[in-house]
Design a protein around this ligand. Sequence first.
Ligand code: HEM
Ligand code: SF4
Ligand code: SF4
Length: 508
Amino acid sequence: MWSEDCLDRPFGPAWNPLYHLGGLGFFYYWVVAVSGIYVYIFFDTGLSEAYESVEYLTHDQWYLGGVMRSLHRYASDGMVVMMLLHMLREFALDRHRGSRWFTWVTGMPILWLVIICGITGYWLVWDMLAQYVAIGTTEWLDWLPIFGESIARNFLSPELLDDRFFTLMVFLHIAVPLILLLVLWIHLQRVTNPEYFPARGLALGSLLMLLVLSLIWPALSQAPADLARVPTELGIDWYYLAVYPLVDEWGAGTGWLVAFLGSLLLVVLPWLPPLRGGGAAVVNLENCNGCTRCAVDCPYAAIVMAPRSDGRPFEREAVVNTKLCVECGLCAGACPTATPFRRAKALAPGIDLADRPLAEVRRQVEAASAGLTGQRRVLLFGCDRSVPVEQLPLAEVAAVRLPCIGALPPSFIDYVLSRNLADGVFLSGCNSGDCHNRFGVHWTQERLAGTRDPHLRARVSRERIGQLWVSARERRRLQDAVQIFQDGLPTDPEDTPPPTREKAEEAL
Ligand code: HEM
Ligand code: SF4
Ligand code: SF4
């Protein structure tokens, strides 16, 4: 998206906040939790004491209690912003359909729980805004035929309201965030190595931003609640309370209908329309030695290692859960048996994609390179989610597309260069902070650098390998980079000295 490209320039892909929205959401959660514990120590749950205790924190203890209160509020707002952007982004990038439906659907209770946390929090301050929220919420709840008698009645006069209501609110305000944490844990059950914490610089920068905001614009209460008065002018927190003016306008029944239909629509989105699948990874036991690399590299926890079932002298074998598989092919890229050098007629690695097998990739590589001539022939590998490489108008460049660049075993690069199928190999794929399959680009970089198995053999000249990680819109950038790489290729292989280790690393 253009917004990501804009933020890539000042932040770089590693620190671009749009690539770390989930991690930032977690970070804000912890800031809210720590500041909330501090505020709770001084909070009094009495009807009149609640307001006073918050005022004490805000004014008498502004240097710590006031800052903590403000941090608590602004980090909560930040969490809502991160959550909504994260949700929008996963939707826009089509990371919610197919096997990913579970992570999307478990996001829905998160959405509601976060909003409930905010509402119960505003209630506790017991100022005019709290009064408006309390009456609005209870009237909204009263519309449902589940409560025997009206709960909004409690707010008709101060005599009807007692401290127990506050104790209940405090309980809810602590219990709901704990339930939220549990649901967040469930949310991430189908992704391996989720980002529980954003890049350190981003976390520190966000904390600093919240601190500065807390000092120059501290969170304040409104006038104390007075059930004898109807609040006329209120400063609403639009992150959490936007629904209240709408319900005032529409009425409770319409409010419930919109909330219900809106949630239902969001829940069924992964199936509108359903993702056409059927090409999940399949294990070929004959070639699986149980090394576990595919299970480690799978970004969606779709592979488990089970006890050997075919009597061969290996302890384990890979087993794919097709319901979890997103068909990215990273497992095939990780399998040590996935080498195009195999003489077997059909290249059949230990694990492969059912409808885009590596034997087909080898066939495409050979067919594409057969049409290349000259001394600067380039084989360009791309992926389904980044620039469509086959559409680049470049002379003496043949392109092969994979579902994800991480599906390419490094031995294919060796194969192309050592078999003289091309003079250079260029790898491209999604922006490095934002691989559609989470780790495709990252694993590829590590395999080329020799820090992850299977790694590219040292004998392969790094001068003949180029790489660029770009979004699908950066077609021109990729085209220029491939052109520059092609122009810089040494024309006589005899002139190319064997690379030193430093040079090889520099090239990566
Ligand atoms: C504050 C609330 C939330 C937090 C902290 C959070 C956190 C995360 C994290 C850390 C990831 C893994 C990202 C990665 O490491 O690649 C993730 C993935 C995901 N989240 Fe959330 N999430 C939240 C709310 C939501 C909501 C409300 C939705 C949508 C309804 C949602 C939908 C998704 C989806 C679809 C993925 C999977 C992306 C993929 O398959 O690559 N999340 N979330
Ligand atoms: S990477 Fe290949 S050999 Fe290793 S466990 Fe997976 S399928 Fe088997
Ligand atoms: S294709 Fe392989 S790596 Fe990708 S989700 Fe399926 S099993 Fe995991």
